[in-house]
Design a protein around this ligand. Structure first.
Ligand SMILES: [Cu+2]
Length: 505
């Protein structure tokens, strides 16, 4: 078994017996995901070389995989409570490993970079789906290579479903749409252009074209009725300020890791801020719009983030200089961009059901505290002055199992300060508090801190307190999900462990 896991790997022989690799009972579902080079047609004028996950159902429901139309991997459709085995085959020229973003799985199934397998290698994951119904992702996580691999196409959706979703009044799968939003830059010959300049390591790689599900100028035909929209930011670094072109409010039913609770209710926002690898779900009634009309999902301008954004928008440069910079670099962070178009059908309108969101789970006891200071200097991000080391975990990066830790993140201000989308593996957490007044005025109203999250955006000068209660023991990680910051080392391990009798954690 262990030999099979590390087959051809060289890089990472399993560092300890993978007790989770083969459960006592057979899995309900056995899937195979293969990462390999491929070509797809993204726009006219020649195919684009990409990296791509393809999948197969080896055992169980054939509908557990839904193929994608472009370079994205197949959508995994999993059911809560299902036991899943996934065999990952690396047919890339570089090491890789898959992380199930937002999923709470055993340590050995989390896709930590220390498990990366080399070209020709395989890794077997086994876990039970414990996450509630929601929108999740899978993507590569080899240290230093994540940004390039995701940019070239390696990512896919992972949807968890529950039988009760219909009883909660949510539109069924036939009336939902997933939009995986990514910005890319295609050269004249349709080659994907990744890093081009030093700024890319600092700001993260930004594209000039928004692709939705791997398609440029995406358009959807929608019946005039309520739809469940799963909006997913799988961009390396771009933050979107998503809004309807007709300025209707956005009705948010999930803010990240599962649906909002009945107590929280639908959160209405004029626009929604979506940082890299955050997801949000909307309940949108297209029946309230004129039949035959069209409405666009757009990303609105914001001036508050990004060095170039500030310089260009703040009038620090002359007009000619501004135009030249924009031509060279493409749209910076915060520039307005089109995302997708929705054409409302002309058939009779169908009313929606009354939404009954599920009750909130009980909050854990808050018994522990942690503090992490984020800083960005010399083009690199630091977590409490530290950078990533494969096995290193400090005393102040240990969290007790099965109780609440209040984890405070403070983002340094200063001239190089940046917003960072922070992600913690292996847990879903609540945002307890955000320091008031520090979120930029042109983004503030679009933050949704309700519900459970696994990724949150923290602005320069801001302090955000989370309530985290790990349930899976072992070595997990927390990091910035701007993929260039992550690859640059703005990532650390954290260990979830039982409290020792002496009280030390
Ligand atoms: Cu960052």
């Amino acid at each position: 078994m262990l030999q099979a896991l590390a087959a051809g790997a060289g890089l990472a022989a399993a560092p300890w017996p993978l007790r989770t690799a083969r459960a006592a009972t057979a899995p309900d579902l056995v899937l195979r995901l293969t990462a390999a080079p491929d070509t797809v047609r993204i726009r006219p004028g020649g195919e684009t070389a990409v990296l791509r996950y393809t999948g197969q159902v080896l055992r169980g429901r054939a509908d557990a995989l839904r193929p994608s139309a472009s370079y994205l991997g197949p959508t995994l459709e999993l059911r809560r409570g299902e036991r899943v085995r996934i065999e990952f085959r690396n047919r890339l020229a570089d090491p890789s490993i898959i992380h199930w973003h937002g999923m709470i799985v055993p340590e050995a199934a989390d896709g930590h970079p220390r498990f990366a397998v080399g070209p020709g290698g395989e890794y077997v994951y086994e876990f039970t789906v414990t996450n509630p119904a929601g929108t999740y992702l899978y993507h590569p996580h080899p240290h230093g290579l994540t940004g390039a691999q995701v940019y070239r196409g390696l990512a896919g959706l992972l949807i968890v479903r529950e039988a009760q979703e219909r009883a909660w009044g949510l539109p069924g799968p036939e009336h939902e749409l997933s939009l995986v939003i990514q910005d890319r830059r295609l050269a004249g010959d349709n080659r994907l252009e990744f890093k081009r300049m030093m700024m890319d390591d600092m700001n993260g790689v930004l594209g000039d074209t928004v692709l939705v599900n791997g398609v440029a100028a995406a358009a959807f035909r929608v019946a005039p009725r309520p739809w469940r929209l799963r909006l997913v930011n799988a961009s390396n670094a771009r933050i979107y300020k998503l809004a309807w072109s007709d300025d209707r409010p956005m009705r948010v039913i999930a803010s990240g890791n599962g649906l909002l609770s009945a107590a929280e209710g639908i959160q209405t926002r004029p626009y929604v801020v979506l940082a890299p690898f955050e997801r949000i779900e909307l309940l949108e009634d297209f029946g309230t719009r004129r039949p035959g009309s069209e409405v666009a999902l757009v990303s609105r301008e914001f001036a508050s983030l990004g060095m170039m954004g500030g310089m260009m928008g703040g009038g620090m440069m002359g007009r000619g200089m501004e135009d030249m910079m924009r031509g060279m670099m493409g749209p910076g962070q915060g520039e307005a961009l089109p995302v997708a178009r929705f054409d409302v059908g002309t058939q009779a309108r169908t009313a929606g059901e009354e939404l009954r969101l599920p009750p909130a789970p009980r909050s854990p006891r808050e018994g522990h505290e942690l503090h992490t200071r984020l800083a960005f200097r010399h083009m690199r991000g630091f977590l409490d002055g530290r950078r990533f080391k494969m096995e290193a975990v400090a005393d102040d990066e240990r969290l007790p199992l099965d109780e609440g830790t209040v984890w405070t993140f403070a983002n340094d201000g200063g001239p190089m300060a940046m917003a960072h989308p922070m992600h913690i593996h292996g847990v879903r957490f609540r945002v307890l508090e955000r320091s008031t007044g520090d979120a930029p005025a042109d983004l503030r109203e679009g933050l949704v801190d309700a519900g459970f999250k696994d990724t949150f955006l923290i602005f320069p000068g801001e302090r955000v307190r989370l309530l985290v209660a790990p349930t899976e023991p072992g070595l997990f990680m927390y990091h910035c999900h701007n993929l260039e910051h992550e690859d640059g080392g703005m990532m650390r391990n954290c260990r979830f462990e039982a409290r020792s009798p002496a009280g030390r954690t």
